[in-house]
Design a protein around this ligand. Structure first.
Ligand SMILES: NC(=O)c1ccc[n+]([C@@H]2O[C@H](COP(=O)([O-])OP(=O)(O)OC[C@H]3O[C@@H](n4cnc5c(N)ncnc54)[C@H](OP(=O)(O)O)[C@@H]3O)[C@@H](O)[C@H]2O)c1
Length: 481
């Protein structure tokens, strides 16, 4: 990567899980691939007390040798870790940030350096941190070099009003073009492929509309419990944790019009148009669930409310399914199901586009009962794209059956599939906001869910119980198109 400036990366909340398990390993992968500038340094910041050596030891445990195989890996790690530093301090302490500034200047060697701040902390302290960074004079104005950028982790607020308040207050320190709201699903390879699949192939776009598509489903399942993160999860629930961000982001890419250009502004514009076309949801459009104890994969799983960090009387949904509509010419009348749940029977994220039946049944006497075409895009695990098509079964007579055109990433591509955080961090360095959530998208996404979330709270809605390991709560079957 060509870079005349140095670069300082500050990971705030560096003692946390996300920093250790995702951000530092992604930065190491970028380093091994030669994607970091010549002069870079990384600073961890959090309240926990470590010296540089202890901090390096903590992050080393999660670095992998994917891009530096063999004996060179240890040497690469050593080089990388020598550029990592740690400073302990309070998030609302300008003095602590001033101390960090001194350390940064020391390590930057007096040269100019771009700076990016990754806020890997709970959103409740975003503002304290941003203000301290701003007060310490660590943010350069505008987007010119050397630049300052901030990366924010979701959730961005808990409804439209709180999200707006946070965005406005953050904008006092970092203006919108400096702000990178991360939704790591957008960094996933299959999600990045959605626009290519739709707009670089002739075969999909002509049939990608209400005339040919019967329904669209976007499914997110986990066969895990909240596993020690129940305290965090219980404040948000599955709608805020998964549906409002990951699933609506996927939907906007599935349903958008072709952008005028392949750049961040044009893409964001089309994504916003999709989201603005979705009428706000009401309780009639959704089914909420919460898992209770059940058997799955040969073991007994406790109920959500048995998690010691979750209140016994929690009404927080661990499952939500919603039937949405998009009120525009392309999608009017096409039911769209989004579904997300923890404690289900599988771990997977999938987009299913089901086509309509052919208008004419040319084979009324054929055996078999073939189904309409379906395109299944598997985001994780085992990335794949499958198109179910109807075929004549080999043999005498006319028997028909569905079989898949089957593109499995592992077999089709010899290249490594980068972790989503690798792609996204590189985009931040390059100043490409295409895969980040712009403010208007965030507002439009909250507008879909905010009235529903308020209604759920006001009516104290009790989610339907489902046993851990179920495919979905039974009440949700009525929503499946
Ligand atoms: N983990 C993931 O895979 C993941 C995925 C998507 C989004 N996120 C989001 O990314 C952020 C960071 O995730 P994480 O898993 O690393 O979180 P975390 O471990 O709970 O928090 C990160 C660090 O923030 C500090 N912290 C935690 N709670 C705090 C509080 N109430 N007040 C002040 N400081 C606090 C702690 O550092 P000190 O005590 O040392 O200061 C902690 O090590 C969260 O907002 C989460 O929503 C995480």
């Amino acid at each position: 990567m060509q870079h005349e400036e140095g670069m300082s990366i500050v990971v705030v909340g560096a003692s946390g899980d996300l920093a250790r398990k995702k951000i530092f390993p992604a930065l190491f992968s970028l380093y091994c691939q030669g994607c970091l500038p010549e002069r870079f340094q990384i600073f961890g910041f959090a309240r926990s007390r470590f010296d540089h050596a202890e901090f390096r030891q903590r992050i080393m445990e999660h670095l992998t040798c994917r891009y530096a195989p063999g004996e060179s890996c240890a040497a690469r790690m050593e080089e990388f870790l020598a550029r990592c530093f740690y400073m302990a301090g309070g998030y609302d302490s300008t003095d602590a940030l001033l101390d960090l500034f001194v350390l940064m200047r020391e390590q930057e060697g007096g040269g100019r350096a771009d700076r990016f701040y990754y806020l890997a902390i709970p959103p409740s302290i975003f503002l304290d941190v941003a203000r301290s960074i701003g007060n310490a004079g660590l943010v350069s104005c505008g987007v010119e070099r050397p630049w300052s950028r901030v990366v924010l982790e979701k959730p961005f607020g808990h409804d439209r009003a709180s999200s707006d308040m946070l965005a406005e207050a953050m904008a006092d320190v970092f203006v919108e073009p400096q702000t990178y709201r991360i939704d790591h699903y957008l960094g996933k390879e299959v999600i990045q492929n959605l626009m290519v699949l739709r707009f670089a192939n002739l075969v999909f776009e002509p049939v990608w509309n209400r005339r040919y598509i019967r329904n669209v489903k976007i499914l997110w399942k986990e066969n895990l419990s909240t596993e020690g993160r129940g305290g965090y999860f219980d404040q948000y629930g599955i709608i805020r944790d998964v549906c409002q961000n990951h699933l609506l982001q996927i939907l906007s890419l599935v349903a958008m019009e072709p952008p005028g250009r392949f750049n961040a502004a044009s893409i964001a514009l089309e994504k916003v148009n999709v989201l603005r076309g979705v009428p706000p949801l009401t309780l009639d459009d959704v089914v909420l669930g919460q898992y209770v104890a059940g058997e799955h994969a040969g073991r007994r799983w406790a109920a959500y409310t048995d998690d010691p960090t979750v209140p016994d009387d929690s009404r927080t949904p661990t499952y939500a399914a919603a039937r949405l509509a998009i009120d525009n010419d392309r999608w009017r009348g096409v039911p769209i199901l989004i579904e997300a749940g923890k404690g289900l029977d599988a771990r997977m994220t999938e987009i299913r586009v089901q086509f309509r039946d052919v208008p004419q049944d040319l084979f009324p006497d054929a055996n078999g009962s073939p189904a309409a075409n379906e395109l299944v895009i598997r985001v994780q695990p085992d990335e794949s794209i499958q198109l179910s098509i109807v075929n004549k079964v080999p043999g005498m007579g006319m028997k028909m059956a569905n079989r898949n055109l089957d593109l499995r990433y592992k077999a089709a591509f010899s290249e490594q599939i980068p972790d989503a955080y690798e792609s996204l961090l590189l985009d931040v360095m390059r100043g490409d906001r295409s895969l980040f959530i712009h403010r208007e998208e965030l507002q439009a996404a909250w507008d879909i869910f905010t009235p529903l979330l308020h209604e759920i709270d006001a009516r104290r809605v009790v989610p339907q119980s489902y046993p851990f390991g179920a495919s979905r709560p039974t009440a949700a079957e009525k929503l499946v198109p």
